[in-house]
Design a protein around this ligand. Sequence first.
Ligand SMILES: Nc1ncnc2c1ncn2[C@@H]1O[C@H](COP(=O)(O)OP(=O)(O)OP(=O)(O)O)[C@@H](O)[C@H]1O
Length: 264
Amino acid sequence: MLDITAISKTFHPGTPNARQALRQLSLHLEDGEFATIVGSNGAGKSTLFGAIAGSFYTDEGRILLDGTDLTFQPEHRRSRVIGRLFQDPMRGTAPHMTIEENLALAYLRASHGSPFRRITAKDRERFRSQLAQLDMGLEDRMHQPVGLLSGGQRQALTLLMATMVPPKLLLLDEHTAALDPATADKVLELTRRIVAEHRITCLMVTHNMAQALSLGNRTLMMAEGSIVLDVSGAEREGLTVNDLLERFRSGAGHALDNDRILLA
Ligand SMILES: Nc1ncnc2c1ncn2[C@@H]1O[C@H](COP(=O)(O)OP(=O)(O)OP(=O)(O)O)[C@@H](O)[C@H]1O
């Protein structure tokens, strides 16, 4: 489904602030795979997501999704087939528009409809039943502005918007890290359910090592712009968090230094 071949990205090249964030990184994901990603601070995890989503073009390498070459496709075109959630629940929704209007925009974009088409009664019914599945009472607040929702409600809505037409790829960048523990658990459970139900190919950055091993079918570890560890199947099932840290140390040549992992 996703084929990344030897992508590199340097920010501010040729200046004293030059920083190589991705180094010849290659990654292949099968259809329906769900891989978690952990890594040190500044390892390039968010940059990898930016490269895939088209926030910038890479300096070299190729990115293919479901056989289509995205390498030089603009971000707005990729957003029809790639869903992305950020740590900040305020991103990804328009606060002054109602829940219904936000859902309509997401739906029309992903279903290749005209963004100016009217919302029909049938659309409204679909939105209502999808909102009800979040179990947060949002189906009765469809005419309220999204800005009135709590962080957790807003992140759940963003998740729904990103998946109501299942994307070819879902990128989750620590999307529960800014939520309180109970809400984070709820949004994570929703994520697990929606991804499994639609068999969405998914990459999820997390600083929670236990989650990195328990969610999905594969764990990737990044250091200095490269993937230094890639485990799946029986090998992954037998791993503990300590094993993972040890494997990272031998792959990267140094201990995993991520302040959020240490705090967790
Ligand atoms: N827009 C940018 N301009 C300049 N440098 C950047 C930019 N974005 C990222 N970087 C640098 O690229 C490197 C990789 O950053 P990135 O945010 O991808 O790391 P990360 O693995 O997501 O880190 P963290 O876990 O701390 O969020 C860092 O050194 C960062 O400072």
